[in-house]
Design a protein around this ligand. Structure first.
Ligand code: 5RP
Length: 209
């Protein structure tokens, strides 16, 4: 059984809240995507936190420097998970982990563009990272890449960490990533691009359980 996470990737504040209202009952985690959090800031997190007490909220900060300083206000405002880039300095990654631990929350290390994903996963596991994010970004997806081989590499390490997978996951591939050991399955376009986002989210969650 895997948790499901919906990536809210619009720039529009009101459209994001409206989409979250449709989808929240059908997923475990609401993700405020990177362009969305940059555009709308902590006010959007506060709004979603107040409206959706039953969902976890991930802020996809993709932090690259000043880990503790950047992440702390988001944990303080109610984020359950914040992301930090795996290509960042280990000191930056540790800063986000420390901020998460201060608030009893989780830090997710995003492996996007990390060259040696197995080695980095082992290093950040030692630092105390809570979640590893196997992630094929939107631009990489446009170039034909998928997260499946990287997911097998990371889950094959058997480090006992939560493993999130993102990168074009859709109903047809949910079973594959669940069987490969993902504990959090992320979907963005497969939900917000669907004619009925609530139904798409419910379908994905049904397949993940
Ligand atoms: O973090 C992201 C881009 O950097 C996306 O939110 C993530 O890839 C999920 O969206 P999709 O399912 O459309 O790939």
């Amino acid at each position: 059984m895997a948790l499901t996470q919906m990536a809210l990737d619009s720039l529009d504040f009101d459209a994001t809240v409206a989409l979250a209202e449709k989808v929240a009952p059908h997923v475990d985690i609401l993700e405020i995507g990177t362009p969305c959090i940059k555009h709308n800031g902590i006010k959007l997190l506060e709004t979603l936190r107040a409206k959706f007490p039953n969902n976890k909220i991930l802020v996809d900060l993709k932090t690259m420097d000043a880990g503790f300083y950047e992440a702390e206000p988001f944990y303080k405002a109610g984020a359950d998970i914040a992301t930090v880039l795996g290509v960042a300095d280990l000191g930056t990654i540790k800063g986000v982990i420390d901020a998460a631990n201060k608030y009893g929350k989780k830090a997710q290390v995003d492996l996007i563009n990390v060259a040696d994903k197995a080695a980095r996963t082992k290093e950040v596991a030692k630092l105390g990272a809570h979640i590893i994010g196997v992630h094929t970004g939107l631009d990489q997806q446009a170039a034909g890449q998928t997260p499946f081989a990287d997911l097998a590499t990371v889950t094959g390490l058997n480090l006992g960490l939560e493993v999130s997978v993102a990168g074009g996951v859709k109903p047809a591939t949910v079973g594959q990533v669940k069987d490969a050991g993902a504990t959090i399955i992320v979907a963005g376009a497969a939900i917000y691009g669907a004619a009925d986002p609530a139904a798409a989210a419910a379908e994905i969650t049904g397949l993940a359980k």
